[in-house]
Design a binder for this molecule. Structure first.
Ligand SMILES: NC(=O)c1ccc[n+]([C@@H]2O[C@H](COP(=O)([O-])OP(=O)(O)OC[C@H]3O[C@@H](n4cnc5c(N)ncnc54)[C@H](O)[C@@H]3O)[C@@H](O)[C@H]2O)c1
Length: 275
């Protein structure tokens, strides 16, 4: 029970990575407040949680919503832990076609939300004598080819923001770290696509099949894989760790596919055919 007596806020907790993390925190003793725009998903989660997970509607692109979420946690009994996690795919166009408004909306959702969530969580955490914050970045922060440009740039910003937040907040006893998920099977890939109900199971099956082969560890990454890493970074098990990031990607970023996938030969293996 690593989180006995702890009070946590999880943004984007109604689904996927946030949901799995809220459940794990609650299982290990925390009282959790989920902030999300999906009231139905959050209500279903709260029902499954034995009174340990509460919900407050919060659109993380709105500063006043984020301030109200952190204030709610504070008046309910204080705030020790924050998982800045809400997100979606954002603008899909390349840099030669992206609309300025879409770019701004993507930054607001994925980067400014993390800055302002931290901004409003820090004072109540400092009043408790310290705390821990984890921000969700992505392997897309490291290289092209994983996600659209605006999303990837925002996630790279989250990594730098994590370091600067760790520096700013160390004096208050608050640690700040980031997690970089690889390919994790959640609703994020289909949520905004208008996929017909009858095609949904097929689309989910396709995602699971691709996810199982996307990295050296030959299975699909799950929300629970990320929750385990986030709970490590939120717990006292990581009490000497701040300002860093943890890759949880099944090895997806170790190197070129040919280095780990026997069905994808290296140049030298391909040349063997000419011997
Ligand atoms: N799934 C992956 O492969 C993957 C990989 C790397 C990073 N991530 C990141 O993980 C985080 C969680 O994504 P997920 O995969 O669990 O997706 P998901 O769609 O299952 O969950 C995202 C949650 O965020 C909420 N949300 C979206 N916009 C919001 C807003 N404006 N205000 C409040 N809540 C909002 C949604 O309602 C949903 O509950 C995101 O930041 C995402 O970028 C996901």
């Amino acid at each position: 029970m690593r989180f006995d007596g702890k009070r946590a806020v999880v943004t984007g907790g109604a689904s996927g990575i946030g949901r799995a993390t809220a459940l794990r925190l609650a299982e290990e003793g925390a009282q959790v407040l989920v902030g999300d725009i999906d009231a139905a998903g959050a209500a279903e989660l709260a029902d499954a949680s034995d009174g340990r997970i509460a919900f407050k509607r919060c659109d993380v692109t709105r500063a006043d919503d984020l301030e109200a979420l952190m204030n709610q946690a504070d008046v309910d009994g204080g705030l020790d832990l924050l998982f800045n996690n809400a997100g979606a795919g954002g603008a899909r166009e390349g840099i030669d076609a992206v609309e300025p408004g879409e770019w701004d909306r993507t930054m607001a959702l994925l980067l400014t939300s993390v800055a302002l969530g931290t901004r409003y969580a820090a004072p109540p955490m400092a009043r408790r004598g310290g705390g821990a914050i984890v921000n969700t970045a992505s392997v897309a922060a490291l290289a092209s080819g994983f996600a659209p440009t605006a999303y990837s740039v925002a996630k790279a910003g989250v990594l730098h923001l994590t370091k600067l937040s760790a520096a700013d907040l160390a004096r208050h006893g608050i640690r700040v770290n980031a997690v970089l998920p690889g390919f994790i099977t959640t609703n994020i890939f289909t949520r905004h696509l208008e996929i017909a109900e009858e095609a949904r199971a097929q689309a989910d099956g396709m995602i699971a099949a691709v996810a199982a082969k996307a990295q050296p560890i030959a299975r699909a990454g799950s929300p629970e894989d990320i929750a385990a890493a986030v709970c490590f970074l939120l717990s006292d098990d990581s009490s000497f760790i701040t300002g860093t990031s943890l890759l949880v990607d099944g090895g997806m970023t170790v190197g070129s596919r040919a280095s780990w996938d026997p069905t994808s030969p290296t140049l030298f293996e391909a040349l063997d055919a000419f011997k």
